[in-house]
Design a protein around this ligand. Structure first.
Ligand code: KIV
Length: 260
């Protein structure tokens, strides 16, 4: 998988599959099953480190896990999250993104919209592919007042749509949409030419991502409505992951039960 493949998936209407991984063994298994994109998410703060949120994840943590994941991958595209406070100004963003790329990330992801214009632009100027992240932004969980669906009212929906267009114009390659109403995610996906990857954003995004520990039932804490445990209807991790891929590609996941 490369950046051009992501674009061509959107053009031909094939859904992109993405799962998070934090170590080489899971990455190898997901890659062998045919997952298109593997994300080293800062959700590792929750599922690996046991934190209440992702704010405690450091650059060193992200580098450590990215280095491990890259060893398991042969085919999938590897995206690494930029952790909390690692992209507060443009020069810092560039330095930290370069560190993630130097250990094997092929794209970096960070949360937020127009407020990060300088960071998006400096990465584009330095040819570092970026994945945006709009809607629910877990690193802003305190400001957002909890893990709540975003874009339900007209003004916040307009802001998400406007941010998506800004990000596209600043050269962002792909966009995660988290926890937004399915209708809004559909509108955003149709309004931009870059692929959207949804999590709790309905079936009309150009791809889907889930936290692997959630969709394998390893995380037994609070699970949002959009999480489906694929292992509960399969007899092995491998068949659960293949079931997830099949459901995303055939657009049977996420149905209304898993959408807002
Ligand atoms: O950190 C993560 O796992 C993520 C996904 C929820 C998209 O950002």
């Amino acid at each position: 998988m490369n950046l051009a493949d992501l674009q061509s998936f959107k053009k031909k209407g094939e859904k992109i599959t993405c799962l998070t991984a934090y170590d080489a063994s899971f990455a190898k298994l997901f890659d062998a099953c045919g997952v298109d994109v593997i994300l080293v998410g800062d959700s590792l703060g929750n599922v690996i480190q046991g934190g209440e949120n992702t704010l405690g994840v450091s650059m060193e943590d992200m580098l450590y896990h990215t280095q491990a994941v890259v060893k398991g991958i042969k085919e999938a595209l590897l995206i690494a999250d930029m952790p909390y406070q690692s992209y507060t100004h443009a020069e810092k963003t560039l330095e930290n993104a370069q560190r993630l790329m130097s250990v094997g990330a092929q794209m970096v992801k960070f949360e937020g919209g127009a407020e990060h214009e300088a960071s998006f632009k400096i990465l584009q100027a330095n040819n570092i592919p970026v994945c945006g992240h709009l809607g629910l932004q877990p690193q802003s969980v305190i400001e957002m007042g909890g893990y709540k669906v975003q874009g339900r009212d007209d003004s916040s929906a307009q802001r998400i749509l406007a941010d998506a267009k800004f990000l596209e114009s600043w050269g962002v390659e792909t966009l995660v949409l988290e926890c937004v109403p399915a209708e809004l995610a559909k509108k955003v996906s149709q309004s931009i030419n870059i692929p959207t990857i949804g999590i709790g954003a309905g079936v009309d995004c150009d791809g889907q991502v889930l936290v692997s520990y959630d969709m394998l039932g390893i995380n037994t804490g609070y699970l949002p409505k959009f999480v489906k445990n694929f292992l509960s209807e399969h007899s092995s991790i491998e068949s659960a992951v293949k079931g997830y891929i099949y459901s995303v590609k055939s657009q049977t996941f996420p149905n209304d039960e898993y959408s807002y």
